[in-house]
Write a protein that binds this ligand. Structure first.
Ligand code: FMN
Length: 166
C-alpha cells in the first residue's frame, strides 16, 4: 500500500531545493511556470531534467516547441517565483519582464543566477507528471545568491565558516 498525499507532501517538503522558472515557446506564444523539480542528469552528453505536471500549460508548450529554458532564480527574484506559480497571474507573467530569446527559442530571464537553454531530448512518464530531459545547448551565469525553497517557504542560504566541500 503506497503512502498518502499528506505523507508525500511532507517527505518532499523536507528536501530543500533551488527555484527555477521554466519557459518555452511555440510559434509566437511564450509561457513559463515556477519549477523546483530540476536537476542535472548527465555530463556527457550534458542533460538536465525537469518534472512538469501533465496539466500545466507550460508542459504542453514544451511538447509543442521542443525546447525549454531553465532560469535559476536569484534570492531577489521571489516575486517572480510567485508570479509564475500563480494561476491568477497566468496571463501577465511576462508583463514588464526583462528577458531575451535563446537559440532554441526559449525565453531566458535576465537577473537569474544561471540560464540553461535546452532542446527537448526525451520525455518519460511519471504518474501525473512528465519527466522532460533537455540537451543543454548553452548556459549563461550571473552573480548572486540563489532563492531556496524548503518546507513550503522561501529561505536564504547561510554560509558556514568551515563550509568547504570534500
Ligand atoms: C516553489 C514552487 C515550485 C514548483 N515546482 C513545480 C514543479 O517542479 N513542477 C510543476 O509541474 N509545478 C511546480 N510548481 C507549480 C507550478 O508553478 C504552478 O502549478 C503553475 O501555475 C503552472 O503554470 P501553467 O499551468 O501556466 O504552466 C511549483 C510551484 C512553486 C511555488
Amino acid at each position: 500500500m503506497p503512502i498518502g498525499e499528506e505523507e508525500f507532501k511532507r517527505s518532499m517538503g523536507a528536501w530543500p531545493s533551488g527555484v527555477t522558472i521554466v519557459t518555452s515557446r511555440s510559434g509566437d506564444d511564450v509561457h513559463g511556470m515556477t519549477v523546483s523539480d530540476f536537476t542535472g542528469a548527465s555530463l556527457s552528453p550534458p542533460l538536465a531534467v525537469i518534472l512538469c505536471h501533465r496539466e500545466s500549460i507550460t508542459t504542453g508548450m514544451i511538447a509543442e516547441g521542443k525546447c525549454f529554458g531553465v532560469n535559476i532564480l536569484a534570492a531577489s527574484q521571489q516575486e517572480l517565483s510567485n508570479r509564475f506559480a500563480s494561476k491568477k497571474l497566468e496571463h501577465v507573467r511576462f508583463e514588464g519582464l526583462d528577458y531575451e530569446m535563446a537559440e532554441t527559442g526559449a525565453p531566458l530571464i535576465r537577473g537569474a543566477i544561471a540560464n540553461l537553454d535546452c532542446s527537448l531530448h526525451a520525455t518519460h512518464e511519471a504518474g501525473d507528471h512528465l519527466i522532460y530531459v533537455g540537451l543543454i545547448e548553452a548556459v549563461r551565469f550571473h552573480e548572486g545568491d540563489p532563492l531556496v525553497y524548503w518546507n513550503a517557504s522561501y529561505r536564504a542560504l547561510e554560509a558556514k565558516a568551515d563550509g568547504s566541500g570534500p
